[in-house]
Design a protein around this ligand. Structure first.
Ligand SMILES: [Fe+2]
Length: 278
């Protein structure tokens, strides 16, 4: 199952994928998996240009605290911490450069995103309003600007089965509870999505994500994962960066036992897509 819930299956069809904007809070997209808040931004080339002018680099790689913008007033608690609005403002030009370069220095970007997430002043606070405001300020018809932020609540023992992330990457930060996340690489040739042929994937990570800990995957690197909450459930914050309009997730069926236990290589097939009832 992908992160894109049942309600978005239509939007993520072959004809019109990823036409996703703000969605409602608290949507249960899988049994025991609830998206608490979510926004995916669409911005025009003009907005991109305006944002890139004078863009501020994410200071996550800078050991000094982030400077306070001169036009920002009010108490400045938690020096070096980021509000959600500041996080989005700083992430945007970095994401745009990554997409424009077709993924150049993606790993550095992902680490920068994670560092910035770790600096969120209140990562558990709703980000929906900040996303809406940001989108309203910058969105224009035309180009999709691909930043997505999603908070997910996973009930005990629930989660997402194996799925990939076609043309997008992501960073997950634990907020509450714990979740087990396993990542995989594609191995060799991968058949078309409608093919029943078997292919191989290799498990590369088996992580326990606790509050403040991270999991990431790249456009190619470790692009497959599954995640399951622990006995007390979990809340995680997920930040996506999309490279193309057709960015989407596809579900896999993965063998229970590895074909090669030493290399942790598993046989897999694409899970047949559900047909919508008319
Ligand atoms: Fe995922």
């Amino acid at each position: 199952m992908s992160y894109f819930g049942r309600d978005d299956e239509t939007l993520l069809s072959d004809d019109e994928r990823c036409a996703v904007q703000d969605t409602e809070c608290g949507v249960e997209i899988e049994d025991g998996v609830v998206i608490e808040r979510r926004s995916i931004l669409w911005l025009s080339a003009a907005a991109v240009s305006s944002m890139l002018v004078g863009a501020v680099s994410l200071p996550a790689q800078d050991p000094k605290p982030a400077p306070t913008p001169p036009d920002r007033t009010g108490p400045q608690e938690g020096m070096g911490k980021l509000t959600h609005a500041e996080f989005l403002e700083q992430l945007y030009p970095q994401a745009r450069r990554l997409v424009d370069s077709k993924g150049e220095d993606e790993q550095a970007y992902l680490m920068t995103v994670a560092a910035a997430m770790s600096r969120l002043r209140d990562p558990k606070a709703p980000i929906r309003d900040a996303m809406r405001k940001f989108s309203k300020q910058h969105r224009k018809q035309g180009e999709r600007f691909p930043i997505g932020v999603m908070a997910i609540h996973l009930k005990p023992g629930k989660g997402f089965s194996h799925h990939d992330h076609l043309n997008y990457n992501g960073v997950i930060m634990g907020l509450e509870g714990e979740a087990r996340i396993r990542n995989y690489d594609f191995q060799g040739n991968v058949p078309a999505i409608d093919s029943p042929d078997t292919f191989e994937i290799r498990e590369t990570r088996d992580d326990l994500i606790l509050p403040g800990r991270f999991s990431s995957l790249g456009k190619k690197r470790e692009n497959i994962h599954d995640l399951v909450a622990g006995k007390k459930g979990a809340r995680v914050l997920d930040v996506f960066t999309f490279f193309a309009k057709n960015a989407t997730s596809r579900s896999l069926i993965v063998a229970d036992k590895p074909r090669d236990a030493e290399t942790r290589t598993f046989e897999a097939t694409w899970r047949p897509r559900r047909r919508r009832q008319r």
